[in-house]
Design a protein around this ligand. Sequence first.
Ligand code: GRF
Length: 202
Amino acid sequence: ARLVVLVSGSGTNLQALLDAIADDPDGFGAEVVAVGADRGDIAGLERAERAGLPTFVCRVKDFASREEWDAALTEATAAYEPDLVVSAGFMKIVGKEFLARFGGRTVNTHPALLPSFPGAHGVRDALAYGSKVTGCTVHFVDDGVDTGPIIAQGVVEVRDTDDEDALHERIKEVERSLLVEVVGRLARHGYRIEGRKVHVGE
Ligand code: GRF
């Protein structure tokens, strides 16, 4: 399967995918064909370039409207003919055009146990709420914010000594292996989405 990965930051989830594929290029069942971002100066793009991958950047501020940005992101992604789009720390909400084209085959990873703590500050919100466990969720993207059908989740305990960064780093350890496992399974075994249920490989 052809993957386009979308990033907005350090790209450690992207790196986990690249490393897993490099470890088993024939068995993993997918290859990253391009990496897209909403910003230019991020480590995620450097990781892609180090891996010799094509990259593209679609900055919201470069477009007259959000719709035009969404159309540009859709077009840039479609150019690589992905079977699956992986939003790995991509911090923008994709729009109607993107979903029309890639809905049902775009997965996102979120650093909280959805439906708890959706949005851009899931780690901070769980910590502030006093949750004793939190974690990460890999789900299909729908037209809401972190509301699509859940594929897999991983649990991470919250420690009294945690601040946002420490907790997020511990979540990311679980998140990276969960994302690799899910993307590999979807790519190798196929899947069906029925309402909120995701059937993999049946
Ligand atoms: C991940 O925890 C992701 O869930 C969140 O931001 C982090 C991105 O990390 N949205 P990286 O860019 O993959 O290192």
